[in-house]
Write a protein that binds this ligand. Structure first.
Ligand SMILES: *[C@@H]1O[C@H](CO)[C@@H](O)[C@H](O)[C@H]1NC(C)=O
Ligand SMILES: *[C@@H]1O[C@H](CO)[C@@H](O)[C@H](O)[C@H]1NC(C)=O
Ligand SMILES: *[C@@H]1O[C@H](CO)[C@@H](O)[C@H](O)[C@H]1NC(C)=O
Ligand SMILES: CC(=O)N[C@H]1CO[C@H](CO)[C@@H](O)[C@@H]1O
Length: 350
């Protein structure tokens, strides 16, 4: 996964040449959608509050803790982030590891150096007016073990939220992709995080909660229904779901199942959100640089935009300086997905 090899300049140029075509076909699609809709005269793209990109690199080298900066992990590149902000993206999900931010124990103090670097990345984003999502990329685990100490998890969040309590453009994401965990534990961990964040005095910020089964949108209505019981005194919860479009939904291959798999995989979640009076965000999505995925992604994003009463936005997986020729790399200027999809995704920014 980690590679220092840059994307081939030849492939980048070829894909960039195709992105003009993509932009045109997208505009046509958006126009057609609007024309057939009786509810809105505006572009479908105008409805999403947040549209952005995951920034992945500070969580790299999982299993080697703390690891060495520049070898196992690094932080997002400010110049690349600035490029994405000027492209119109207004939300960035910054992955990091809990083992590096609180190395000793859940209730321990933050590591000053790692926190300083994370804060620098976050400030770079929020000083530009964009939103930074703090994403402990831990799958509900700490040093490999499922977190069962809900009180300790709440304390972890109080520690972290205290450092960002004064930054209104920070969003707290309780944890990346809980999976293979007791469903009540997932509920309790999310609630402990919410309570811990608010106890830190971080009362104005939005909190993203995630579910079990890798927080998949396609299984949300059968897996994560108990999470409707989460409460927040500030009433600022957003249900973050992830959705990939390959056959097993893992986001590991370039091929998408079909041209309409995107909308098929999120419609159940749309209904769940509306039935339960909640709002959501697709916190990770991606597809390969090909026509089928382009159609599937367009369909999914048009659906989110058309249902912006319950969907607040979406974020591509992923940019980051070390992705090399990764199939979904959104790192400017030559990432495979950046060159292929930027023209399309830009149309969904506000
Ligand atoms: C560009 O689009 C053409 C026509 O759709 C296709 O044949 C070609 O493979 C594409 N190039 C790349 C690099 O995707
Ligand atoms: C923080 O970033 C600096 C470079 O800006 C680097 O020298 C240092 O090792 C990093 N520390 C950690 C813990 O990430
Ligand atoms: C869940 O959503 C799927 C679509 O993803 C839908 O086919 C199914 O009927 C829904 N099930 C329930 C229990 O709502
Ligand atoms: C598609 C993709 O790369 N998804 C990734 C989401 O985040 C975790 C942690 O970096 C990866 O394991 C997944 O593969």
């Amino acid at each position: 996964m980690r590679s220092f090899i840059l994307g081939s300049a030849f492939a980048g140029a070829a894909l960039a040449a195709n992105s003009t075509t993509l932009a045109t076909s997208t505009l046509t699609t958006a126009t057609a959608t609007t024309a057939s809709s009786s509810t809105s005269a505006t572009s479908a793209a105008a409805g999403l509050k947040w549209f952005g990109i995951n920034l992945s690199s500070a969580e790299f080298g999982s299993g080697t803790y703390p690891g060495t900066w520049g070898t196992e992990f690094t932080f997002p590149d400010d110049t690349a982030v600035s490029t994405l902000i000027s492209d119109g993206y207004n939300i960035f999900r910054v992955a990091f590891s809990m083992e590096r931010i609180v190395p000793t124990e859940l209730t321990g103090a933050a590591d000053a150096a790692y926190l300083a670097n994370l804060t620098e990345t976050v400030s770079h984003i929020t000083d530009s007016g964009a939103y930074a999502v703090l994403d402990p990329h831990n799958f509900g685990r700490y040093y490999g073990d499922i977190i069962t100490d809900t009180a300790g998890f709440g304390t972890f969040w109080t520690t972290l939220a205290t450092a960002f309590a004064d930054n209104a453009n920070v969003i707290f994401d309780t944890n990346n992709e809980y999976h293979d965990m007791d469903q009540t534990l997932v509920l309790n961990l999310n609630q402990a995080a919410i309570d811990g964040i608010r106890a830190a005095g971080a009362t104005s910020q939005t909190i993203f909660v995630e579910g079990n089964s890798y927080t998949g949108a396609w299984t949300w209505n059968t897996t994560n229904t108990n999470l409707a019981d989460l409460t927040d005194p500030q009433n600022l919860l957003v249900y973050e779901m992830h959705q990939y479009l390959d056959s097993d939904g893992s986001g590991t291959v370039e091929a998408c199942v079909s041209a309409d798999i995107g909308v098929q995989r999120v419609v159940g979640a749309t209904t769940w959100l509306r039935d339960n009076g909640k709002v959501g965000i697709i916190g990770e999505f991606a597809g390969g640089a090909n026509d089928v995925c382009e159609s599937a992604i367009t369909g999914m994003l048009d659906h989110l935009a058309a249902n912006s009463d319950v969907w607040t936005g979406a974020m591509w997986w992923a940019a980051g300086p070390w992705w090399g020729d990764y199939i979904f790399s959104f790192e400017p200027p030559s990432g495979t997905a950046y060159t292929y999809y930027n023209s399309l995704l830009e149309t969904y920014t506000a």
